[in-house]
Ligand binder design. Structure first.
Ligand SMILES: [Zn+2]
Length: 222
């Protein structure tokens, strides 16, 4: 949607905070401050060199943001969610990511969606968060760096072991952008880390393609 049209629509349907209904943003500054931001990250989480999460999944405001983004198609919420990531990075002492923004050899990518699912939603929610974060950090975004080549069941409906089987072998490097990400450190964005099955499978494919370091960044960790 072009900017002028968005502005006109905003006149009739102004953005409202989804928590308190205040006009202006989908998540107002006051409600963002109510989120219990994480102050931690982990190193060497299986195939991820780092795992960063902005908040626990049980946080109700975070849950409703993610729900609106994914199931009510509020694409612009990606802006607020990337702000949340930045606030979280700022809370970390000596945030390795913020220091890395000065490095040249780093790119942002996202967990991909299957093409039919992407068509249905109209956008990849993780890629929208990645796009917004890329602009704010000045780190290049590589769109569709990974492809999801098979339709899978929803992870939410499956038990832990089934989740790993469900996503096994479903991701591939996009041959068109392979050269762009080769040899680069990768910031891999997704919405939620639960068992980690999806992100670990993506990381496996990236490591098989010689990614030197992968930093998983999610909004919420369950
Ligand atoms: Zn609010």
């Amino acid at each position: 949607m072009n900017k002028a049209l968005t502005k006109i629509l905003d006149l009739f349907w102004p953005k409202q905070c989804l928590n308190c209904s205040k006009n202006g943003r989908y998540l107002c500054v006051d409600c963002q401050a109510l989120i219990n931001l994480s102050t931690r990250y982990e190193v060497n989480v299986d195939k991820l060199d780092y795992l960063f999460w902005t908040a626990p999944y049980k946080d109700k405001i975070v849950q409703s943001c993610l729900h609106c983004l994914k199931y009510r198609y509020v694409k612009d919420l990606a802006e607020e969610l990337s702000d949340l990531i930045i606030s979280y990075f700022n809370l970390l002492n000596n945030s390795p990511i913020l220091e890395q923004t000065r490095a040249q050899e780093i790119v942002i990518i996202s967990v991909p969606m299957y093409k039919k699912d992407l068509k249905k939603r109209g956008f990849n929610h993780s890629e929208e968060i990645a796009r917004s974060l890329s602009k704010k950090l000045g780190i290049p975004l590589v769109e569709q760096a990974l492809l999801k080549t098979k339709k899978t069941l929803s992870q939410m409906e499956l038990k832990r072991e089934e989740r790993f089987l469900n996503v096994s072998g479903v991701f591939a490097i996009n041959p068109e952008t392979k050269g762009v990400i080769e040899g680069k450190k990768i910031i891999l964005i997704d919405d939620v880390y639960t068992t980690g099955a999806t992100m670990q499978e993506c990381a496996k494919v990236l490591k098989q393609n010689h990614a030197p370091e992968i930093w998983g960044v999610v909004i919420a960790r369950d």
